[in-house]
Design a protein around this ligand. Structure first.
Ligand code: FES
Length: 428
């Protein structure tokens, strides 16, 4: 099958007002074209957009190739699931898969073999990984090459061990929203759990607090077993019983996460280990929650990032209204399901963001009311969103403001409200 350039829009990333922070050069696996010079790599841009999503100064943008540039683009031949396709050389494998009839989605269609779930688009989560020349690689950032063999059939991919980039295995002093208040430390001098951070996220939060992990794709991916061994080693080193995975978004690569929890359970059989999943819950469907609990999850900290669609879109940076609605509805449904079905079986703590530039106190109150109507005793942790990433213009809420948010949430009917403040956590 031949796909003419003219039928397909081609893009490249350009830097408009680059300040030279070099994040995109140092932390993004650009093009996999190791043999080319940095300059040539940039000229060979396949328009995956990973550097555009990651640029903290929003200097990088995707633009369409000019007619002149389009004329210079050659066709290459790739084989997808055994069938030959001619495609423009300057596209990613993911776009080639679209040409071959696969549907690409930012929301998981679990069980649909012809849909490729590509949530992060930045090479970290490996949800979109297919077999490229015999090796599992993320299709979203890998350029096509002449003669490339691509296998995207689910049954073949599932014969491979799942992979994901996970980093920063370390002791953690503060815990997450899914850490019970009783064990949160009064000072942050001692670790209370060990944590690792999964790369890639479906959201594009302008205030992302962990963007260097979310958008980085240069580390080697790990199998669930490799990651579980590293985290278990850290548990012994820090002498704690809690093992957490955060991110990025930990739930993006379902097969990887379920297998990781099973491996952790196998390696930590002493009966004291708590397996904690920190998540924005935006793709956490009910069957996925069941599977995580069966695999060994004992603690979960889902976030809810707004009640109105407008607030959710402002906080998450998701511009596609339909996708935003789906993600928002899923996170609230996940919280309700956890409270209805698992509240007496595992620990559930819910996170709410607060910064006056992002969400009003009225909306925070309404979120509290909704949660209290489902389960008044659920632990709710309010996070003071600080200036970060693309919103360095906002001011971090001060101690008094956070106490006010706490009071408002208690008035809404919640019995266990924690606030993260500039001076540490303030509890119920
Ligand atoms: S969507 Fe490709 S690595 Fe996450």
């Amino acid at each position: 099958m031949l796909v003419q350039n003219g039928l397909m829009k081609l893009f490249k990333a350009v830097a408009r007002e680059c300040v030279g922070c070099d994040f995109c050069k140092l932390f993004i696996k650009c093009g996999f074209l190791e043999t080319l010079t940095e300059r040539e790599k940039r000229e060979y841009c396949v328009g995956c957009g990973a550097c555009v999503a990651a640029c903290p100064y929003e200097a990088r943008q995707l633009i369409e190739l000019s007619e002149d540039e389009l004329r210079g683009v050659r066709e290459v031949t790739v084989r997808i699931d055994g069938e030959k396709y001619s495609v423009p050389e300057r596209i990613t494998v993911l776009r080639a898969l679209e040409v071959a009839g696969y549907k690409i989605s930012k929301f998981p269609e679990w069980g649909d073999e012809r849909t490729i779930f590509a949530p992060c688009g930045t090479g970290g989560c490996f949800s979109c990984a297919v077999i490229i020349d015999g090796k599992l690689q993320p299709s979203c950032i890998t350029p096509v090459r002449d003669g490339m063999e691509i296998t995207a059939e689910r049954s073949e991919i599932e014969k491979e061990l799942p992979l994901r980039i996970v980093s920063s295995f370390q002791g953690h002093a503060a815990g997450g929203v899914g850490t019970p208040y009783q064990i949160k430390p009064k000072s942050f001098l001692r670790a209370i759990e060990v944590a690792c951070f999964a790369h890639g996220c479906v959201l594009r939060c302008p205030t992302c607090q962990n963007w260097t992990v979310v958008y980085s794709s240069v580390d080697e991916p790990l199998t669930p077993s490799q990651a579980a061994k590293l985290l278990t080693y850290e548990r012994r080193r820090y002498r704690v019983d809690r093992l957490a995975i955060s991110g990025g978004e930990s739930t993006l690569n379902r097969r990887w996460l379920v297998s990781f929890l099973k491996e952790l359970k196998k390696l930590n059989k002493d009966g004291k280990a708590r397996l904690h999943v920190d998540t924005n819950a935006v793709i956490l469907t009910e069957d996925y929650i069941d599977e995580l609990c069966e695999a060994g999850m004992t603690d979960i900290g889902p976030d809810v990032k707004g009640l109105s669609l407008e607030t959710f879109m402002r906080i998450t940076g998701i511009e596609d209204e339909e996708l935003a609605k789906r993600l928002k509805d899923t996170e609230w449904r996940a919280v309700k399901y956890l409270l209805d079905e698992y509240f007496d079986k595992i620990f559930v703590g819910v996170g709410i963001p607060y910064n006056p530039a992002l969400i009003s106190l009225e909306e925070v109150y309404k979120m509290g009311e909704r949660l209290a109507s489902w389960e008044p005793s659920v632990q709710v942790c309010v996070l003071d969103y600080r200036p970060e990433f693309r919103r360095r213009d906002i001011r971090k809420p001060n101690y008094e403001e956070m106490l006010k948010v706490k009071r408002i949430l208690e008035e809404s009917g919640l019995e266990c409200v924690i606030c993260q403040t500039e001076f540490g956590f303030v509890g119920p």
